[in-house]
Ligand binder design. Structure first.
Ligand SMILES: [Zn+2]
Ligand SMILES: [Zn+2]
Ligand SMILES: [Zn+2]
Length: 258
């Protein structure tokens, strides 16, 4: 549903600066081709009438409207950075009939609980304004709303329990710098890989650049690979020429059948 890095594209500072520092002019292109715009990263999985959301991004409300999401059966959170769970307050509408379960690592559950204590404080009666959210630690392969979900530990900055996910035969790794051989093994044989690719140039401490993302994609060797979590330094029309035929830059709203 969303393919942007934590600032989204266009980032506000690029707009405030009159696009003068936009490295490839991507932000100006948003005005005529909305596919250059990127809301914060999230993926919706749908199978046999069930819906699983991986990451509830800061732009969740906008994404729910765009995709006309009528129901959500469960939520999985990759890690405790706000771009991946900042939309949780808006999920309340989906918890009116029954509470929603959010699966995540213990570290992420801790962060979310501290960020939104009002959601988890014991309440008397039912407060319609507050999402009824339950958290469950995800430590091993688990059946979640009919999807087989495997947590895949990855290194991303100072976090100790940042996860990629294997959802049936689809890999989702929104934020990653490196991953262990064990995690690589968990993500082999995929039909589809959805992988972090921050920007084209300038090394970043906690994310991968385009050549690093392509290198990891080659190691994981899925049938198809879609790059996500991108800044305004990736122009999906121009930079596509650098990719191999089985790789693509994703864009908001892209629907993939697997
Ligand atoms: Zn992120
Ligand atoms: Zn820009
Ligand atoms: Zn992150």
């Amino acid at each position: 549903m969303g393919t942007g890095t934590s600032h989204g594209v266009p980032p506000l500072d690029c707009v405030m600066g009159g696009y003068r520092k936009c490295p490839k002019g991507v932000c100006r292109k948003v005005l005529t081709d909305p596919r250059h715009g990127r809301t914060r990263t999230s993926v919706l999985f749908r199978k046999r009438g069930k819906t699983l959301i991986a990451d509830v991004s800061s732009d969740f409300r906008q994404q729910a409207l765009r995709h006309d999401i009528k129901r959500i059966d469960a939520v999985v959170l990759s890690h405790g950075h706000i771009d991946h769970f900042g939309g949780l307050p808006d999920i309340r509408s989906y918890t009116e009939k029954k509470p929603l379960v959010a699966y995540a690592s213990a570290e992420t559950i801790d962060t979310v609980t501290q960020a939104f204590p009002y959601m988890f404080e014991a309440r008397k009666g039912r407060d319609r304004g507050v999402p009824r959210l339950q958290t469950v630690e995800l430590t091993e392969t688990t059946n979640i709303a009919g999807f087989k979900v495997t947590p895949v530990p990855v290194a991303h900055g100072h976090l100790k329990e940042c996860l990629g996910l294997r959802v049936d035969n689809v890999g989702y790794v929104p934020d990653v710098k490196t991953m262990s051989a064990k995690s690589v093994k968990l993500l082999t044989g995929l039909d589809c890989l959805i992988l972090n690719c921050l920007r084209d140039k300038r090394e970043h401490k906690t994310h991968m650049l385009l050549d690093q993302s392509m290198e990891l994609a080659r190691r994981l060797a899925p049938k198809r690979c879609y790059f996500i979590h991108m800044t305004h330094d990736i122009d999906y029309t121009v930079d596509s020429k650098k990719l191999e035929p089985w790789m693509e830059f994703s864009y908001d709203g892209l629907i993939i059948n697997v």
